[in-house]
Design a protein around this ligand. Sequence first.
Ligand SMILES: [Zn+2]
Length: 56
Amino acid sequence: MASCLECNQNIRVPQDAIDGEIVTCGDCGTCFELEISESGVLTLKTAESVGEDWGE
Ligand SMILES: [Zn+2]
């Protein structure tokens, strides 16, 4: 479980979620990139562009 950065609602994160997975807030619809640290701490980062610009 993580908190939406936009509306603070809880976002359900799957048990098998992986680092870098995109999760979407069910309440406001904002997409976030999931960051999982080595110690298992979940952090959400705003996913500003999903798609073609990951090359750099
Ligand atoms: Zn939200």
